[in-house]
Design a protein around this ligand. Sequence first.
Ligand SMILES: [Zn+2]
Length: 346
Amino acid sequence: MESDADQPVLAIDLGGTQIRTALVTPDRQVVARRAEPTRDDRGVDAVIDHIGRLATETREEAVSAGYAPAVGVGISSPGPLDPWRGIVVAPPNLVGWRDVPLREAIAGSLGLPTFLERDTNVAARAEWRYGAARDTRDLVYITVSTGIGGAAVIDGRPLTGPGGTAGEFGHLVVDLDGPRCGCGGIGHVEAIASGTGLARAGAELVRRGEAPILAARAPDPDLVEAVDVARAADDGDAACRELLERAWVAIGAMCASIVNALNPEVIVMGGGIAEHHPRLYEVARAELVRRALPILVDRVRIVPAALGPDVSLIGALPIVTERIGDPRYDGSHRPQTAAQGGASRP
Ligand SMILES: [Zn+2]
């Protein structure tokens, strides 16, 4: 592995609800933090200006507190995105964002080498270098929250794919006739076990009058949230308990498919839902044993993420230090598409 930087980096975490910035030191202190609502309803330019302003404030505060100057900027953003050209392509949870050259805009306003990466890849990098997957070469990172995201490192190399979108494990099929996913596909694990999927299934139970305790908490089906389903299950709602149990089984089935395909040493599981439901790990492990090849099951561990909510800030450190000076990320590289590959053949 590459050696760590001896200078701090500026970390930007662009999320659907919050923009966060901080300085991350080589020994992984996270300082001079800013966090403000994203408010994507203001339009793309306003959000970019806001990111630039918060990052500038972070930089100034860190300098006046005596920290060494940042050597570069790492941006974590929802995907899909193009990490080589630094373009945010069309994230479902940033309204109006389509082919936004975010890297260039932030590099211009801060005057530092700047790198853009998908949020799950940033988190996976952080858990790999400093967290729950330290000292492994083959790992899968899964986040279970509003959606289900993923990333993988195989044989010591992050799995990217030609467009930078490999590792979307939330869209693995776990039920041939299952519900339709937000992406349009059928039977994806995200449609069953994400916060959005649980809320949708809970709303359906309320509509059919099959979850009295949930209906007492959230009488309007349109306003049912995943947390209502979880609370109703805690309070003894049998249908909600079944929903949650089925969600954990679906996550176990997803893990089994991942293990069969990729043979990882460790699956690191993070995200709000995973954190709040320790039973998820237990059920997922049992389903893995039931559904994956025994020789692979014996070698893989499922472990909770170790770095908490700062994972997307801390991940800026390896992103920046590994990419500074790499010509693939200087803006000139174009990922090769299947069409280009075909056209270049004689
Ligand atoms: Zn999907």
